[in-house]
Design a protein. Structure first.
Length: 216
């Protein structure tokens, strides 16, 4: 099964990626992991990427694509993979399609985690971070009434990233960038949406139910 997972910030994509990949016994390949592995492994691509990251610049597409190509060439990815964080846009999706075609492969499925904006805001804007130990609490899900950390007594605060205004802006940016990608895969006939609200295990179950018909 060759699978791409897409979803907005706050959809629990990282967690679902892990569970789905392990259920299917395929490697979970995230761009974050690939970057870290290349940088810590001191590969040529890693060194190149680091020069951009050290300057606070975005790593150019061709460097990311070369890293993805290297990773997908590895033995463990030959019978399938779950991609998380790539492709991010239509040009990358087209390159991935061609890359796989050159190897006689194709994507089987693109799974979109669907959560409405208000639910994302509820999840992210309710987060409070401990200023001492960094632990994250949720005003609603952890029933956090005071602003003190239950683990260490530190003061809790709301990270700028978690402020409602910032979350709504990140969602807008996501929609803008991802809508064309979603349309691209819908046209390819391999897009399936999964309701990503509710408990983590239920979402994984829904995802697995959606994947099953596509298993060869
Ligand atoms: Zn703490």
């Amino acid at each position: 099964m060759r699978l791409v997972l897409v979803g907005p910030p706050g959809a629990g994509k990282g967690t679902q990626a892990q569970f789905i990949a392990s259920n299917l016994s395929i490697p979970k390949i995230s761009t974050g992991d690939i970057f870290r592995a290349n940088v810590s492994g001191g590969t040529e691509l890693g060194k190149l990427a680091k020069t951009y990251m050290d300057r606070g610049d975005l790593v150019p597409d061709e460097v990311t694509i070369a890293m993805v190509r290297d990773r997908l060439s590895e033995d463990d990815a030959q019978d399938g993979f779950l991609l998380d964080g790539f492709p991010r846009n239509v040009p990358q999706a087209e390159i991935l399609k061609k890359m796989l075609a050159d190897w006689g492969q194709a994507l089987d499925l693109v799974l979109e985690l669907v959560v409405d904006d208000d639910e994302v805001v509820r999840r992210l804007a309710g987060r409070r971070t401990c200023s001492q130990c960094g632990r994250i609490w949720h005003v609603e899900f952890d029933d956090k009434q005071d602003d003190l950390c239950d683990a260490c007594g530190g003061t809790l605060f709301q990270r700028d990233d978690d402020k409602e205004e910032t979350v709504r802006h990140r969602l807008e940016v996501y929609q803008e960038q991802t809508a064309p990608l979603i349309n691209f895969y819908a046209d390819e006939g391999i897009l399936v949406g999964v309701d990503a609200t509710g408990p983590v295990e239920e979402v994984t179950q829904r995802a697995m139910d959606a994947i099953r018909p596509f298993l060869g």
